[in-house]
Ligand binder design. Structure first.
Ligand code: COA
Length: 381
């Protein structure tokens, strides 16, 4: 593995959040024409989480982000870059990353959303790692978060059994120790865009009463074709990224694939020849959470003690675009990470309260300033 000293992006924090509401296959079988057995056998999913009415992509991503910053012991005011990978942002604009930046009080951070379907998080991790290696930033908060339940057609059995909500986050920090994010592969084939899309709400079909009546604001998917695409690119991207770092598939200590369908994962793992005990899946409990799937799975694997210093981890993803991505990481942090002292947790919570007050104050000040200026202009006239 990477022997020479070089500036690298290392994972120093991780966090995840899943809403408390569990939607089981049994419940789904009472909503659409399906059965518990069909869902389990064809997808491997047993249940998924659904955001509460007061939860959004930003609120869930914030929880994951705070947990990741806690582990990294990184003061939110020192975060330099926030990327939120999502296809279900709170708004088309402002970006969810900016909402997070404000709520975290990350006043030194640039922030943007990244949309690459279910591959969004691995794309974002690659972008952040490369910016760190280039010396542009010393740290980055990379989040994958989705509220897919809001764009799922709960009357379409072809799609509604697959998706769930949640968020995961990683903190990347620069140092010259061995390991970190070693390489990434990013791929796309836009000719397959029609296979998985949200038809309306963009500039082609802006929202109208017709687009709503025609259920065009929900996920539309050709499941069979997406399956074939996924089964092809998942092993291919994994092999490519491992080759890029001069290693072999046999060297992978932990494979964290996109959690879309158990059969896709099995087919890829079989093609690659990775032993099942080196593959992490939590699909049965969360379903496909799109951009949140890889960081939620990776964070859970780390919490479960599935990684050790020096391990080669490969995360690979595929989805709408069509797009795919894979990244190779050499784990560099001794585990388990010691619990932070209570006073530090209390201090960080205080910082978040302060951030909320500061945000409120800035909004108030902006409004007052605008009114004063209007009054001034009126007097000038
Ligand atoms: N319950 C019962 N029957 C269902 C069903 C459900 N929830 N969903 C589809 N079916 C039916 C289909 O209507 C079809 O019936 P027909 O033969 O009468 O037309 C039959 O099951 C088989 O459909 P098919 O699409 O071949 O099933 P499948 O084994 O490929 O499984 C998916 C369907 C969607 C689970 C599978 O194709 C898949 O996971 N695709 C990839 C999707 C994905 O990962 N998307 C996200 C990418 S990020």
């Amino acid at each position: 593995m990477a022997n020479e000293l070089r500036r690298a992006a290392h994972i120093s924090g991780w966090g995840r959040y899943a809403p408390t509401r569990v939607l089981t296959n049994d419940e789904l079988s009472r909503m659409v024409d399906t059965s518990e057995e069909w869902i389990q056998q064809r997808t491997g999913i047993l249940e998924r989480r659904v955001a509460g009415s007061d939860e959004t992509t930003a609120s869930m991503s914030l929880r994951a982000a705070r947990a990741a910053l806690d582990v990294a012991e990184l003061d939110p005011r020192k975060v330099q870059l926030i990327i939120v990978a999502t296809v279900t942002p709170d708004y088309v604009f402002p970006s969810t990353a900016c909402l997070d930046q404000d709520a975290l009080g990350a006043r030194s951070a640039g922030a943007f959303d990244l949309s690459a379907g279910c591959s969004g998080f691995v794309y974002a991790l690659s972008v952040a790692a490369d910016l760190i290696v280039a010396g542009r930033y010393d740290n980055a908060l990379v989040i994958g978060a989705e509220t897919l339940s809001r764009i799922t057609d709960w009357s379409d059995r072809n799609t509604c059994v697959l998706f769930g909500d949640g968020a995961g986050a990683l903190v990347l920090q620069a140092n010259e120790a061995r390991g970190g994010v070693l390489a990434s592969v990013l791929g796309a084939d836009g000719s397959g865009g029609d296979l998985l899309k949200l038809p309306a709400g963009g500039s082609v079909h802006p929202a109208t009463s017709e687009t709503v009546d025609q259920r065009q604001h929900y996920i539309h998917m050709d499941g069979r074709e997406v399956f074939r695409f996924a089964a092809r690119v998942l092993p291919k991207a994994t092999r490519q990224v491992v080759e890029q770092v001069g290693l072999k598939v046999e060297d992978i200590a932990l494979f964290v694939p996109h959690q879309a369908n158990g059969r896709i994962i099995q087919s890829a793992v079989k093609a690659l020849g990775i032993p099942p005990d080196r593959v992490f899946t939590n699909l049965a409990r969360y379903g496909n959470t799109s951009s949140a799937s890889v960081p939620m799975a990776l964070a859970e694997a780390i919490d479960e003690g599935r990684v050790q210093k020096g391990d080669l981890i490969v995360c690979a993803s595929f989805g709408a675009g069509l797009a795919w991505a894979a990244t190779a990481i050499e784990w560099s942090l001794p585990l388990p990470v010691p619990e932070p002292p209570r006073w530090r947790i209390f201090w960080r919570r205080t910082l978040y309260h302060l951030a909320r007050i500061q945000s409120w104050w800035r909004r108030l000040w902006r409004r007052a300033d605008a009114r004063l200026r209007r009054l001034g202009e009126g007097e000038d006239e």
